[in-house]
Write a protein that binds this ligand. Structure first.
Ligand SMILES: [Mn+2]
Length: 332
């Protein structure tokens, strides 16, 4: 497998390749969440130095500012969904911004915002991949499967439903974004770090045959084996989208999220996860979601998220020389 066209950051400069062009897109809303505060996530990531950190990695970074949408009316659920018209409006904005940057050969980085906005970003990525006839893989790093439906969700909050929406189950308004539904096949999705799933949701995940590497998998196999399995079937043309819900991390190290669940990824596990994704050289779009500064402690969760995103773009915390053949790890 050649890793030249998306070789991350500084390795590209060494190889005489032009820098990866990346675009930051803020989506300051908590419209799909149950708790307020994720609307401040984009600014907290900027304050934590995301732009400079990516520039340091050798990326050519432009901050596109924020997309905008309706305020959060904080309504109770109507027909099974909370704030559906507003969630739809925000997702159209996100879709258009992400699609525009992809069409411009840039790597979009969505700064959430709650996780419902990944309907907009991933539908844009899927549309781009259809345009280019490229295979798509989605790595979903999260404490939750986000595979709820109106019938299964007690709260009706749409941040618990983006994966099901993308796979074709959900309100028509959200399924239509991007023109084709389902936008992605469950077979393209790999979920990592899961540890909180409602019982009806679990049944539905099994029915749809999603590849889920929950925390027990990570306990039993370790991050290395899990990531080898999750990343094994990409070819040189594959577009890899990473949807990073900060709540995949253990709340001890990442308290700044609305829906903390104990028993998440440790610092080293999360680093290894990001470093192994970086080793593939395939990351072509990213969401950083659910950061909630109202619940954070001196912005430490944002700083940690930036640290992990640096690893995702090739910064190693360790001493080892870069692997000439990262895939040599696979099959061992
Ligand atoms: Mn999520």
């Amino acid at each position: 497998m050649s890793t030249t066209h998306l070789t991350p950051g500084l390795a590209r400069a060494t190889a005489g390749l032009p820098p990866v062009a990346a675009s930051l897109i803020g989506a300051p809303t908590d419209i799909g969440a149950s708790d307020r505060g994720a609307s401040m996530g984009p600014e907290a990531l900027r304050v934590a130095g995301l732009h400079a950190a990516l520039t340091q990695r050798g990326l050519d970074v432009v901050d596109c500012g924020n997309v905008s949408g309706p305020p959060n009316p904080g309504l109770i659920k109507v027909n099974g969904y909370r704030n559906l018209p507003q969630v739809t409006a925000w997702n159209h904005e996100v879709h258009d911004a992400v699609y525009r940057e992809l069409a411009d050969h840039r790597l979009p980085i969505l700064l959430g915002g709650d996780h419902s906005l990944s309907v907009g970003s991933i539908s844009a990525v899927a549309r781009h991949c259809r345009d280019q006839a490229r295979p798509l893989r989605v790595l979903w790093l999260d404490a939750h499967a986000d595979f709820n439906t109106r019938e299964l969700s007690p709260s009706g909050s749409l941040h618990g439903m983006p994966v099901s929406c993308l796979c074709g189950f959900g309100p028509r308004e959200l399924l239509q974004i991007g023109g084709v539904s389902p936008a992605v096949s469950p077979r393209w999705v790999r979920q990592i770090g899961i540890r909180s799933v409602d019982s009806g949701e679990r049944r539905f995940v099994h029915e749809q045959d999603l590849d889920v590497f929950d925390m027990r998998c990570i306990d039993e196999m370790g991050v290395r084996k899990v990531m080898e399995l999750a990343l094994h079937d990409m070819d040189e043309d594959t577009h890899l989208h990473v949807s990073f819900d900060v709540d995949c991390l253990d709340p001890e190290i990442a308290p700044g999220v609305g829906t903390t669940v104990p028993g998440g990824l440790s610092y080293r596990e999360a680093q290894l996860c990001m470093e192994m994704i970086a080793d593939t050289g395939r990351v072509a779009s990213l969401d950083i979601m659910e950061l909630n500064p109202a619940l954070d402690v001196r912005n430490k969760t944002a700083v940690l998220a930036v640290d992990l995103v640096e690893s995702l773009f090739g910064k190693s915390t360790l001493m080892r020389k870069p692997l000439a053949f990262p895939n040599a790890l696979i099959d061992t």
